[in-house]
Design a protein around this ligand. Sequence first.
Ligand SMILES: Nc1ncnc2c1ncn2[C@@H]1O[C@H](COP(=O)(O)OP(=O)(O)OP(=O)(O)O)[C@@H](O)[C@H]1O
Length: 308
Amino acid sequence: MTDVVVSTRSLTRTFGEKTAVDNLDLEIQTGQIYGFLGPNGCGKTTTIRMLTGLLTPSSGEVTVLGKSMPQAAEPLKSQIGYMTQIFSYYRDLTVRENLKFAAEIYGIPARSVKGRIEELLHTYDLTTNVDQLCGSLSGGQRQKLSLAATVIHRPKLLFLDEPTSAVDPETRRTFWEQLFDLVDEGATMIVSTHFMDEAERCHKLAILQNGAKKADGSPRQLMDNLQADVVEIEGPELRTVKHQLDGKPKVLSTAQIGSRLRVLVDKSEPQPVEMLRALLNTFSDLTLTQQRPNLEDVFVSATREQKA
Ligand SMILES: Nc1ncnc2c1ncn2[C@@H]1O[C@H](COP(=O)(O)OP(=O)(O)OP(=O)(O)O)[C@@H](O)[C@H]1O
């Protein structure tokens, strides 16, 4: 079944002169992890705040679990979990005390609280930290506590705002495994990120820039539909090679990655490798090879017009 859990039509939010979210149309289906991928300030948090009913849109419509937001924020509270970007638990309470507090907020019946907390402590590997004050937890432990507290009431719909910004890659991997376990149990989630590897794990994603959606689809669809070919160049003097190519017609972008220069060439060019060779005919010992696009290429291509 592919029920729509979240939809928006022309969702817009302005702050004075600033348009933080610009005519956003979204359709998010049940059982998906849906990503918002974009740089700082592109409107991810503002969008999440409107979807959770914490912020009123300037214009446009939001429907969440079949109800209009922000009017339905209170009745939907028991079905939604929101893990904010900033650690929002009490630093001078222990892990168990914070979880008890979260259980109270969500009205979990007293007889179930102890069992549910034990379950979460095990699932999120917090058993050895249970009596530790939250102020002294590591970044990774705080993140586990945040997730445990966010799902304590078994929400159907989870919003996670840059959930792994402060953790190492290993912790990030484990965290994502836990997200997929939650999806397996029936949850849908919306995750904002500026990490390509994180975005690549989402079932679908929207690329945001200056509050507007620049592209959306599954990571595979986005890579397959890229309107550019990718060519990597290896050899000496890569900085000079880059300067030679920057700004040339059909060269969409150049970026050095270690000892390689990754170049995006507009899809309208039938022979991208030959075209680049001709532009670089004064250089010797360069190796040019065409590569499969990755999500970063998609991101660069989708957001480039406004940078130019
Ligand atoms: N309360 C506010 N008052 C004024 N401007 C705001 C407010 N909240 C957000 N903005 C502005 O709206 C834009 C989008 O901000 P938002 O926090 O949604 O971006 P973001 O993509 O979540 O960024 P980050 O990754 O840095 O959290 C920014 O330019 C920000 O300065």
